[in-house]
Design a protein around this ligand. Structure first.
Ligand code: ADP
Length: 701
């Protein structure tokens, strides 16, 4: 892709190279603030987690406690119920017993068959130890002992004065119903003893009593259901809690006691029934529900722990990701190479800041474009670029070493870029588009251009040196013949004499002209010789008019041939110019010749005017340092073809010419001469057409 030199040299300022400054160091107080903020957020997070854990734990403990309490209450209620049932059973059993005892009495004082009936009752009721028939004064009339025990109660002790029997019978007499005595301890042979309670039933007739002695232990065993004694202890106690007798299972170690006691209010006596139930409580998990709730809570806590660990890991991963993203972004932002990604349809999916800066469009503007259109494609090359893109999308691989292209900035200026393209592969190594890197090579091209120009200048200087040598040689070789021509002319003039008339006079005139031109040629050759040898010539004050007059005859010769009209304009009272007369004349002659040659075109016939003008210069000469000096400005204007941009760029380059017979040294020599005088040579377009060359010379003081 050829880069248009004109485009490269176009005025629009080239963009600053994309350069991202290194990040500024973070001041210590800022680091402190950031540190505090991090610490606070960390602390907040940990605090929340801790709060959650405490709440869950509190919930768990409450649930377990409530469930345990509920369980205990249930057990207690069941025990209370059982105890109440047992008390009812006992009462009704005792009542039945009293009735069956009462049923044994026969009407009248006849007690002949009572022992038999009593013995039958005793066989049925193991809880009774002895049945007695007593008269109204509590003397024992008849007595039968239980067949299950051997003389537990000593008949001798069972007198009318026996306090327990008398208490019970007193109550029975008073109430008119069967009554009981408080329990009393009856020692047995062999160290033991038993608690006994007396029942006294008043006889229907005769004022006697039937007395039954209850063994409290057997009463419990017989009248309380066996289910109650299973797994728990059932006891009779006094109202103050003193234990009298107990049956059932003994307490196991490590169990919890549930106690329930109820009063058995008997006529004449008050007894308490106490049931102690053993449960394997306090169990931490008294039932399935609690166990379930606990298991769920443990699972919940485990999930929380796992979640916390997961969150910590995720946070760390997020932080790592953010760090690497920030690093990647910083890299993309600070890189000076333009980066661009396109999808497989050719749409732009990513551009970095360097690329945006290079082309002058924002990322949004670039990505909003359709696939087959990019705002940085120069209009004249858009078609070619579209074809290139189509080839790429069809799978054509770009050259690995990159290729050069021209892009257009937003302001319309073009610039050369070096492009490297490569397929864009995703994590699965599948191509998802194209990635391109761009390097703005305008600066390189400018440097190359400069070095090429200086190379050319070097070559030109070398050739100029050769030309100088040749000119010096030529001047040396031509001096002799020119001197000979001059002396022959002088000789001829002398021979013709000063008063030659007619034809001789004309010949004399011609010979004089030959002498003049030979002399001029000699001077030119000497000037060139001196110029080439860089010998300082003495400057002299020359009137501008004299300089113009000196070149006019030669200019007119050519003007006549080309049909050019010559106009000479000189300001009034111009100062003299301080210059090397011959060289300045040569400059004027060169410029005038160039001007006339520029007007020698077919479209210019009848409109060929050469204007020579001398005026005071307002501005200073080329160096621009000496304002105090006065200056003269010489201008040579034509109505020729004008100078194009391309020619203008190389106008003063030695050996540059557009003419087949040209040497290309004229203008370069002119500039050297003018600059040696401290002046400047420049040119500009003439109105309505053509070119004006101006040069300045210092005026004589
Ligand atoms: P030469 O006359 O030998 O070509 P110059 O250095 O005098 O060398 O001129 C270089 C070129 O500059 C010419 O070939 C011509 O194209 C261009 N040039 C010089 N003067 C004019 C002018 N007045 N108008 C148009 N072109 C000019």
């Amino acid at each position: 892709m050829a880069v248009d030199a004109a485009d490269l040299a176009a005025p629009g300022a080239p963009p600053e190279p994309a350069y991202a400054p290194p990040p500024l160091p973070v001041p210590p107080y800022r680091r402190l603030v950031v540190g505090f903020a991090r610490l606070r957020s960390l602390w907040q997070r940990w605090f929340l987690w801790l709060l959650l854990a405490i709440l869950v734990l509190a919930l768990l403990v409450t649930v377990v406690w409530l469930a345990g309490k509920h369980e205990v209450e249930q057990v207690q209620a069941a025990l209370d119920r059982d105890t109440a049932d047992a008390v009812t059973d006992l009462r009704s059993g005792l009542q039945r017993n009293a009735q069956s005892l009462r049923a044994t009495q026969a009407p009248g004082p006849d007690r002949s068959h009572w022992p038999e009936a009593a013995a039958a009752l005793l066989r049925e009721h193991r809880e009774w130890l002895r049945l007695e028939w007593r008269d109204a004064r509590l003397r024992t009339l008849d007595a039968v002992d239980t067949p299950y025990r051997l003389h537990v109660l000593d008949p001798a002790s069972r007198t009318a004065e026996q306090s327990d029997v008398s208490l019970a019978c007193a109550a029975a007499r008073k109430l008119g119903t069967p009554a009981y005595s408080p329990s009393h301890y009856v020692p047995l042979g062999g160290g033991g003893g038993m608690e006994v309670m007396e029942l006294c039933v008043p006889m229907d007739t005769g004022g006697g009593f039937l007395v039954a002695s209850y063994s409290l232990r057997d009463t419990l065993a017989e009248l309380v259901g066996p289910t109650l004694t299973r797994g728990q202890e059932v006891a009779f106690t006094e109202t103050d809690g003193t234990r009298l007798v107990a049956i059932g299972t003994a307490r196991r170690v490590g169990t919890r006691v549930f106690t329930s006691q109820q009063l058995i209010d008997l006529p004449g006596a008050a007894l308490m029934l106490r049931v102690d139930g053993w449960r394997s409580a306090p169990d931490l998990f008294p039932n399935v529900l609690t166990a379930l709730v606990t298991a769920i809570s443990i699972a919940l806590v485990s999930v929380l722990v796992l979640l916390a660990r997961d969150t910590r890991r995720r946070l760390r991963a997020e932080r790592d990701l953010a760090d690497s993203l920030a690093f990647r972004k910083a890299m993309e932002d600070s890189v000076i190479t333009g980066l661009r990604a396109r999808d497989l349809q050719g749409r732009i999916t990513y551009v970095n800041p360097a690329f945006c800066e290079m082309v002058g469009f924002s990322a949004e503007e670039l990505m909003a474009r359709e696939a087959n259109d990019a705002p940085y494609w120069p209009t004249e090359l858009a078609h070619e670029y579209q074809q290139r893109q189509a080839r790429r999308l069809a799978g054509g691989m770009p050259p690995r070493e990159g290729f050069e292209s021209v892009f257009m900035r937003k302001d319309g200026t073009r610039f050369p870029v070096l492009i490297f393209e490569a397929p864009l592969l995703n994590a699965q190594r599948v191509q998802t588009g194209w990635m391109s890197a761009f390097i703005d090579v305008s600066e390189q091209r400018r440097i190359e251009e400069l070095s090429r120009a200086s190379q050319e200048r070097l070559q030109a200087s070398a050739r100029l040196a050769t030309v100088g040598e040749m000119a010096s040689l030529l001047s040396h070789e031509l001096t002799q013949p020119l001197a000979a021509i001059a002396s022959y002319a002088t000789g001829s003039l002398n021979m013709l004499g000063p008063d030659a008339r007619g034809e001789q006079g004309e010949v004399a005139m011609a010979v004089r002209r030959i002498a003049e031109q030979a002399d001029r040629a000699g001077q030119v050759i000497r000037s060139v010789h001196d110029f080439v040898r860089r010998r300082d010539r003495t400057r002299e004050a020359v009137a501008p008019q004299a300089l113009i007059d000196a070149v006019l005859p030669l200019v007119r010769l050519q003007a006549r041939k080309l049909g050019v009209i010559i106009e000479v304009v000189l300001e009034d009272r111009l100062p003299a110019a301080m210059c090397d007369r011959t060289l300045v004349e040569q400059v004027l002659l060169n410029l005038a010749r160039n001007a006339m040659q520029a007007m020698d075109t077919a479209d210019n016939i009848g409109n060929r005017v050469l204007r020579l003008r001398v005026a005071r210069a307002v501005a200073v000469g080329g160096s621009g340092v000496d304002d105090a000096r006065r200056w003269l400005e010489f201008s040579v204007a034509d109505l020729g073809s004008g100078i194009g941009e391309e020619v203008a760029a190389r106008l003063f380059t030695p050996f540059f010419t557009t003419r087949a017979d040209g040497m290309g040294l004229g203008l370069s020599l002119c500039r050297t001469v003018v600059e040696q005088h401290g002046g400047a040579l420049m040119f500009e377009p003439n109105r309505p057409r053509g070119t004006v060359f101006r040069f300045t010379l210092p005026a004589a003081a």
